[in-house]
Design a protein around this ligand. Structure first.
Ligand code: ZLS
Ligand code: CA
Ligand code: ZN
Length: 397
């Protein structure tokens, strides 16, 4: 029905523990684990579970998380609850909680939540290492802002860093690519002093009309990691700062040109692709104007490099479109084409119906929303590509 043919010996694995769905950051918080429920329902309704190996990974242990994170930070995370927290406590603030933003609230089951999404990314990496999968998927992970001793931007534990550390036990070089609308600062920072990980992030960068930077405020084209020539990490980060409203054709061209050049030059043994869906048009927090298939083009492009591939989620604040995108990208991995009409037996189909919710189809035109004018001129993007390719020369020596 969907034209799916599984090439002999080609395995896609799906790592998902449904218990993540039951966690809530708070009713006004933009991060909704409910988007994972919608994603799973779409994947199942299209029958994609028959084309993949499904796993329900166990939560990561304290000691597993301590491979990257400080034990004092993890002790705090594992003990704090909405009832025992003390907003005036010095460690509470220094670990990234509270403050005026409250981006990272303390909620019931926080420790369980972070262990679940991290366990799934580590299990996915494990499958790649053992050659049980060519592509391993964890849509619940991708929390790229977390630092070793600090929560940041909705991220408490950095499952990406943990998964990459795991991959490094058998891979000489790992390439990390990040298409979330935000800069992947936590991953970049964690590996800033090694040449065994190259980080590449595409994101919005700049200031709003009130002079506030777009979160997290880092990731200009000039930021390439350490500058000291004795530091092995020198030149092993590449940042692609973009402006509001970038469209499908511009993004696809940039992504293919720059990512292709990085892969050619760096020759990674494995690739990790963070697929934050807040780079779509109509996202509640994002500023870009991408359609689902342009976002999926990035997955297709990376899949075609034919390296072991870890696909992880990330941001995405309009849940119905997050679900559409990650379902489409799951199909891209297994080589299936999906009908534009959503399966009629889909649970929660109302979430996708009605003009404002995308009219009951898988691929609505997200440009419709027209929330952000495109201020990326072709001339500026051309200069950006030139600058990016020049930056690649700093990788050696
Ligand atoms: O990459 O921009 C900020 C920090 C602030 C601005 C927002 N205000 C509320 C506080 C101070 C400087 N934070 C960003 C974080 C974005 C994290 C993206 C994560 C990822 O996609 C990976 C998963 C931000 N943008 C929007 C909000 N925070 C935000 C919006 C609405 C709310 C509700 C809950 C909390 C407080 C009110 C909140 C945050
Ligand atoms: Ca990014
Ligand atoms: Zn984001």
């Amino acid at each position: 029905e969907y034209g799916m043919e599984k090439p002999q010996g080609y395995n896609v694995s799906f790592h998902y523990n449904p218990h993540v769905e039951y966690h809530h950051f708070g009713s006004s918080h933009p991060m909704k684990p409910w988007r994972l429920t919608l994603t799973k329902q779409l994947v199942l309704a299209y029958g994609l579970e028959y084309t993949m190996d499904l796993y329900e990974p166990r939560p990561a242990s304290f000691d597993e998380l301590a491979i990257f994170h400080d034990r004092e930070y993890l002790t705090f995370l594992s003990n704090v609850t909405p009832l025992n927290m003390d907003p005036d406590d010095q460690s509470y603030l220094s670990f990234g909680f509270g403050g005026e933003s409250n981006d990272c609230p303390v909620f019931d089951g926080l420790w369980n939540y972070v262990s679940l999404y991290s366990g799934a990314s580590m299990h996915a990496a494990h499958n790649l290492i053992n050659h049980q999968s060519n592509i391993a998927i964890n849509w619940s992970g991708g929390l790229h802002h977390a630092k070793k001793n600090q929560a940041s931007g909705f991220c408490y534990v950095n499952d990406i860093v943990l998964a990459i550390q795991h991959l490094l036990t058998v891979n000489q070089r790992v390439l990390y690519i990040d298409i979330d609308v935000h800069h992947g600062d936590g991953v970049e920072q964690a590996f800033e002093s090694t040449d065994r990980v190259f980080t590449l992030s595409y994101h919005k960068y700049g200031y709003d009309k009130n002079g506030y930077p777009f979160f997290p405020g880092t990731g200009n084209i000039t930021e390439m990691g350490p500058t000291d020539p004795s530091n092995r990490g020198k030149g092993h980060s590449l940042n692609i700062p973009l402006e509001d409203g970038i469209d499908d054709e511009q993004y696809k061209w940039l992504f293919k040109t720059i990512t292709g050049a990085v892969v050619d030059k760096y020759q990674p043994n494995s690739i990790v692709l963070q697929c934050g869906a807040d780079s779509l048009g109509g996202d509640r927090l994002g500023k870009f104007n991408l359609n689902i298939k342009a976002h999926g083009f990035c997955v297709e492009t990376v899949k075609n490099y034919e390296k072991p591939l870890l696909l992880i989620g990330g941001g995405g604040y309009t849940p119905r479109n997050v679900a559409r995108t990650w379902c489409h990208e799951t199909a891209v991995c297994v080589g299936a084409e999906l009908h534009n009409n959503l399966p009629t037996h889909l649970p929660y189909i109302q979430a996708f119906q009605g003009e404002e919710n995308g009219g009951g189809i898988l691929y609505p035109d997200l440009h419709n929303t027209k929330r952000h004018d495109n201020v990326n001129s072709q001339a500026k993007l051309q200069k950006l590509v030139t600058h990016a390719l020049e930056n690649l020369r700093y990788m050696e020596g």
